[in-house]
Ligand binder design. Structure first.
Ligand SMILES: NC(=O)c1ccc[n+]([C@@H]2O[C@H](COP(=O)([O-])OP(=O)(O)OC[C@H]3O[C@@H](n4cnc5c(N)ncnc54)[C@H](OP(=O)(O)O)[C@@H]3O)[C@@H](O)[C@H]2O)c1
Length: 275
């Protein structure tokens, strides 16, 4: 295999484009990327970047070392079954970003004995700040693990879990997590306006504070609990806010929300898969 593997994207929507954009801006050659989706006219922008594009998934997947499955979960079975013959002949590494569909279902639909990495991405992938949880089935070699990491790190952080079931927890933390922070931002912006700030000032202060807190936590050598303690002077202003959150059981609210998310993830896997 040459330095850069040949990649095929089956489905070329938001998530595929986030990965393709990250790869190209990291210097991955566009000529080694192939993409397919039913309406080829929607792929004109990708073709103009130098990608091979097709409306035929089997054609896009020809000669690919890695096939990224980036269609909606409910489409996956119908998309994969016609690819089984090519999969058996070429034996590429499959990377699925489809939420909830197990490697076992994907393997069955592809005819069996396939190397499959499942990835739970999140939407900040669109700005290269994604957090990806990855799981590899038993057929994936060490070299293929490294290849999967190379591809997905184009959108941000990559971390492996050793048990596939842990992807439900990954969904509850990072997969759905951006929405929790957006919700918290909405609440802060509304509260700041009630205290007399304009919407614009409230929004800019809230967003920069979220960015600053995340950046500080990432760069710090102490955990978020210690950082929080350090900004809470005794009987100071921040302490009053934190005591109010604690009295209203923020920890229980978060725990309940993440449990509900993981439970829905387990239900969806049952609804959409063939396990
Ligand atoms: N955790 C997260 O936050 C997160 C975020 C985003 C995505 N995801 C996962 O990423 C996957 C893709 O999501 P997305 O947001 O990128 O969806 P999307 O924007 O709707 O893209 C889906 C793509 O699949 C194409 N497609 C439809 N039928 C196809 C077929 N038969 N063969 C080949 N391609 C076909 C669509 O083409 P047309 O436009 O022509 O129909 C489109 O290009 C999903 O499985 C989702 O679970 C997870």
């Amino acid at each position: 295999m040459s330095q850069h593997p040949t990649l095929a994207f089956i489905g070329a929507g938001n998530m595929a484009r986030a990965i393709i954009g990250g790869l190209i801006s990291n210097g991955f050659p566009a000529g080694k990327i192939r993409a397919s989706s039913p309406t080829v006219s929607k792929l004109a922008d990708l073709a103009s970047l130098g990608l091979f594009v097709s409306a035929d998934n089997n054609e896009a997947m020809q000669s690919a070392d890695i096939v990224v499955l980036a269609v909606k979960p409910q489409m996956l079975k119908a998309v994969l079954q016609p690819l089984a013959t090519t999969a058996a002949e070429n034996k590429p590494l499959f990377i699925s970003v489809a939420a909830g569909i197990t490697s076992n279902s994907i393997n069955q639909w592809l005819g069996g004995n396939q190397a499959i990495v499942r990835c739970m991405p999140n939407t900040p992938a669109l700005v290269k700040m994604g957090a990806n949880g990855l799981f590899a089935n038993a057929q994936v070699s060490q070299a293929q693990r490294a290849q999967a990491e190379n591809v997905l790190s184009a959108t941000g952080l990559t971390l492996w879990v050793e048990q596939e079931d842990q992807l439900h927890a990954v969904t509850a933390v990072s997969g759905s997590g951006p929405a929790y922070y957006f919700l918290f931002m909405e609440a802060m912006i509304t509260a700041a306006q009630k205290q007399g700030l304009t919407k614009e000032v409230a929004t800019q202060l809230t967003l920069q504070t979220a960015r600053g807190a995340a950046e500080m936590a990432l760069l710090s050598d102490v955990d978020p609990a210690e950082l929080r303690r350090r900004v809470c002077s005794p009987n100071g202003t921040t302490e009053q806010a934190v005591l109010s959150f604690q009295a209203n059981h923020l920890d229980i609210l978060v725990d309940n929300a993440m449990q509900a998310c993981a439970t829905r993830s387990i239900e969806m896997a049952k609804e959409l898969g063939d396990d």
